[in-house]
Write a protein that binds this ligand. Structure first.
Ligand code: ZN
Length: 417
């Protein structure tokens, strides 16, 4: 299969000045280091379309369109990728020999991806990408959407992950300068956690390119990778399976609409009087308990939850006869309402923590949590409270230990298996 060599694409981009290119079509106004214009891709009265000479990219804050010179010409003149490259090559007086013999049909031409860290000014774009890729998959496969209509609610992902693990997000950029995939990861003492892979449905190979890079980084660090992946998404299962991940546990995603007035006191588990909010003094015991029960160590996460700089976390602990018997964190944010992570020694403590989180933190909302699929008593008690199943997830590991005892509540925020 023929494709445009990466070198040619880079040469064309290096020989094209995006400000001159766009300036030939739009009235550009200088604004500091950048240029502004009314967006040609959506109707607007005040300009929200910007062109950056340093990055050689354009970005519209109104409609989210973004890209390099190739992306602009494709969009503005409705050209295919090869035709856009040809046009720019001609405009820059580059030899047509170099770009004359690749196919005209974009579908026969795999797009090369550039994998690089996320930049701080790309949070809105990555939020839109997570929103679009996740909702598209759920709409097509499960006939519903996970996120509400506002893509900016998904800013919770870059906001929280960049606070927790600055610089640990990789993005895939296609040859038009558009972000087509993203993945966050979390290096820890005993393992690395891998976040949900987001790739737009139209991109082929972006998820694979991102996963290859993260497995390479984790292999260099000599640590196993862990993740939670949808058991309903066979594409994602195959992606991880091919990369050497092995499923170790099944979880059922459960949701419950908690009344404004709180949980029914008649359903309160026996041990709720032993549940209390965590303080920084509990940190060593929380870290040790998780290592004992799930075999992973990650003080950073638990310190982050208890410090609660974002004002969205609640960590509850349950006191036992001899120190802590469990803990459970939850997040309450418009983009994510979820219980977990947490561990507990037995069913009774797990139920007391779950019920207390629902009652104290999530009144009037519908949070989700992942319950171990084989925890029959726990799951049936949750059904009794009115909980419903909404998905299935697999805890997967690549290398390393898989031991566990007691109950583990994984989560997607932050991602942890
Ligand atoms: Zn626009």
């Amino acid at each position: 299969m023929q494709q445009i060599p990466q070198e040619t694409i880079e040469k064309v981009l290096a020989s094209t000045d995006i400000v001159r290119l766009i300036g030939a079509h739009l009235q550009l106004e200088r604004m500091g280091a950048a240029f502004k214009a009314k967006c040609p891709f959506h109707h607007e009265k005040t300009p929200s379309f910007t062109v950056s000479p340093t990055r050689q990219t354009f970005h519209c804050f109104g409609c989210g369109k973004h890209g390099n010179a190739i992306g602009f010409i494709m969009e503005y003149e409705s050209l295919s990728f090869p035709d856009a490259v040809r046009k720019l090559a001609a405009g820059a007086n580059l030899s047509m020999m170099e770009v004359s013999d690749f196919p005209t049909h974009p579908e026969t031409m795999p797009t090369p991806f550039h994998i690089r860290p996320l930049r701080p000014d790309e949070w809105d774009e990555v939020a839109a990408l997570i929103h679009h890729s996740t909702n598209s998959w759920y709409r097509i496969n499960l006939n519903r959407e996970i996120f509400g209509p506002d893509p900016l609610a998904c800013r919770v992902f870059p906001e929280i992950y960049e606070a927790l693990d600055p610089g640990c997000c990789l993005v895939a950029e296609d040859a038009t300068g558009k972000l087509v995939g993203s993945c966050f990861y979390h290096p820890r003492e005993t393992h690395w956690s891998l976040g949900i892979m987001n790739a737009i449905p139209e991109s082929r190979g972006a998820a694979n390119a991102l996963l290859r890079e993260i497995t390479r980084l984790a292999d260099d660090a000599g640590l196993p990778l862990r993740l939670v992946s949808s058991a309903c998404n066979l594409d994602s299962f195959s992606l991880y399976s091919k990369a050497g991940f092995v499923p170790v546990r099944i979880y059922q995603d459960m949701i419950l609409s908690v009344p404004e007035t709180g949980m029914d006191p008649a359903s309160a588990p026996a041990l709720i009087s032993s549940v209390r909010p965590a303080t920084m003094d509990d940190l060593p015991a929380i870290v040790a308990l998780e290592e004992e029960i799930s075999g992973i160590r990650r003080e950073k996460d638990h310190r982050f939850f208890i410090e609660n700089g974002q004002g969205v976390w609640t960590t509850l602990v349950i006191d036992g006869a001899d120190g802590l018997d469990g803990f459970l964190t939850s997040i309450a944010h418009p983009g994510s309402r979820m219980l977990g992570p947490g561990v507990s020694r037995d069913t009774a403590t797990a139920l007391a923590l779950l019920w207390s989180q629902l009652d104290r933190t999530h009144r009037g909302s519908t949070p989700v949590w992942l319950a171990p699929a084989d925890a029959t008593e726990l799951v049936h008690t949750c059904y009794g409270w009115g909980a419903k199943n909404c998905e299935l997830h697999l805890a997967q590991t690549r290398g390393g230990s898989q031991r566990h005892s007691g109950f583990i509540f994984p989560t997607f925020m932050p991602e942890t298996a």
